[in-house]
Design a protein around this ligand. Sequence first.
Ligand SMILES: [Zn+2]
Ligand SMILES: [Zn+2]
Length: 116
Amino acid sequence: MSQYSHPTPTSFFLDEEKRTLYLSWSDEHESMHDWELLRWACPCAWCAGEGGQPGVLASKKTLTPEETTLVNIEPVGRYGLTPIWEDGHKTGIYTYEKLRAMCECEVCKKKRPVKR
Ligand SMILES: [Zn+2]
Ligand SMILES: [Zn+2]
């Protein structure tokens, strides 16, 4: 038994047509993540900034197709995943909590207040 009880991803699927990442979870949830939204949410210091400094995403209005094309996913320890993007970027660690909080499936969207 682990003291860390957050659901963990068990498999993933990259839908190139819909440009969406699907993750299956240990609690049987299937989460959906639009590639572009995922890239905009990159939490790394380069993209999101660090120590009060804005990251590069703060000054961008658009991203290139390479920047928003997901080619693979790698596990990080037991708490997160790193997406590998076509432009070579792979420093963003998305924790399981963050991914679940970003899930765009109908069930999760309804539970969340609508932003934008
Ligand atoms: Zn990044
Ligand atoms: Zn969901």
